[in-house]
Design a protein around this ligand. Sequence first.
Ligand code: FES
Ligand code: FES
Length: 128
Amino acid sequence: MAYSEKVIDHYENPRNVGKLDKSDDSVGTGMVGAPACGDVMQLQIKVNELGVIEDARFKTYGCGSAIASSSLVTEWVKGKTLDQAASIKNTQIAQELALPPVKIHCSVLAEDAIKAAISDYRRKHGAA
Ligand code: FES
Ligand code: FES
């Protein structure tokens, strides 16, 4: 299958690979798996006093599209508030990366991962 140039770029030069300290109160961690293929994605955000995401990291055990989707999302969420980041849709990711239909679930994984990271952060801070 042909990958788009943007997928290949993120795959070859992934942005923000790595980990943040899970136990840090300013860090939210989301770990999700794709039932369709068994791939796993961990996405983490670091939130400042103003409620703005100042850093993000990911680790993805998965296909090129999943790696590209998580890499793209870590770029997109930086500088956003939690609400703004929570409104990122997998369709935006799929469109930006020109994902073919069989790879749409890879972008869903990235949307789920950022939402899970935000929930984790909010849970740590006493919100639902
Ligand atoms: Fe092979 Fe996702 S199905 S990496
Ligand atoms: Fe399953 Fe991409 S995440 S094939």
